[in-house]
Design a protein around this ligand. Structure first.
Ligand code: ADP
Ligand code: MG
Length: 301
């Protein structure tokens, strides 16, 4: 199959651009008065996902991690491009990859409008573009007294990594394979949250980005971190808490809201702590005592 037949078969056909796949560049119309939000992420086989990962999951993840970045800005996704480096044009692999990628795009009204196809070791780069009415959510607005929330379970994706590497189909492996970007939540938070980030590197690492960008600190209650029953059943309560703190790849939102907005967030999200004037991140155990060493250990991420 030549390059152009491959593009026509697996990647062309989405509507949503003024001019999509087939010319030298795509043309899009940015909604009037809105800002363009742009994010790009590369996934390298063996580094960002195990070699045993199903092609459908690779396609899904490649777009999902980018959509999650737009979710964290409160933006609405519209378009994406795909730079695909492949060792060979294998139809079964391409069909699965294309299905995973494009069904997630369709679910969020995000159209594939261009890309590049080259031969080499498997590497997938997706760039996503969306629009947001200013002001977008950023990492920089958390204030002392704000409450810290997360949008879903922490630690599952890393908890499922072993299963995923062995090609097993468990609930945790599917949390790694099929992260669900929290776009509706991000958009709903636009006039509520003071700061927002998506958890890609791990809760502590990513919350620290918010704290530094905002010039504040936080106290987090270890027992309030949301853990899935599957994760606790798989590794036990203590290891689950550890994965919730340090594990990445969950792609849930972590955000801060003023205390008066707290009640509105409690039905859909989990409150895990509060923002402080004193910089740094401090963890409290179930008795309210600080666990200093653990926090220091996790700060290296
Ligand atoms: P050029 O040589 O001008 O860069 P290409 O031959 O690379 O053009 O691509 C031809 C068309 O196909 C372009 O519109 C490009 O955006 C699109 N395209 C190429 N590879 C992909 C891909 N993997 N997914 C989606 N569109 C692609
Ligand atoms: Mg090209």
């Amino acid at each position: 199959m030549d390059e152009f037949a491959l593009i026509a078969e697996y990647f062309a056909g989405d509507a949503g651009a003024v001019l999509g796949i087939g010319d030298d560049a795509a043309l899009v119309e940015v909604p009037l008065g809105q800002q363009l939000a742009i994010a790009v992420d590369t996934l390298v086989a063996g580094r960002h996902f195990p070699e045993a990962t199903p092609p459908e999951a690779i396609g899904h993840r490649a777009l999902a991690v980018n959509l999650s970045d737009l979710a964290a800005m409160g933006a609405t996704p519209h378009w994406y491009t795909l730079a695909l480096t492949l060792p060979e044009a294998e139809p079964t692999w391409l069909a699965g990859f294309s299905k995973g990628l494009r069904s997630l795009g369709a679910a969020h009204g995000c159209a594939l409008i261009g890309g590049d196809t080259t031969r080499g070791s498997l590497t997938v780069t997706v760039q996503v573009m969306g629009a947001v009415t200013a002001p977008a959510l950023t990492r920089g607005g958390a204030c002392p007294g704000d409450r810290v929330f997360v949008g879903g379970f922490l630690g599952d994706a890393v908890g499922g990594l072993n299963d995923a590497a062995q090609g097993l189909h468990s609930a945790l492996a599917s949390r790694f394979h099929y992260p669900q970007p929290q776009l509706a939540l991000g958009q709903a938070l636009r006039h509520v949250a003071t700061a927002c980030i998506d958890v890609s590197d791990g809760f502590v690492a990513d919350l620290n980005h918010v704290l530094r960008a905002s010039g504040v600190g936080a106290e987090i209650d270890l027992e309030s971190l949301p853990l899935s029953p599957e994760l606790v059943a798989s590794v036990g309560h203590e290891a689950a808490q550890r994965l919730a703190l340090s594990g990445g790849d969950d792609y849930v939102l972590c955000f801060t809201v003023p205390a008066e907005a707290r009640a509105a967030c409690l039905s859909a999200c989990h409150e895990v702590g509060r923002i402080t004037t004193e910089p740094g991140l401090r963890l409290r155990d179930r008795d309210g005592a600080f666990i200093e060493e653990v926090v220091d250990g996790y700060r290296h991420f």
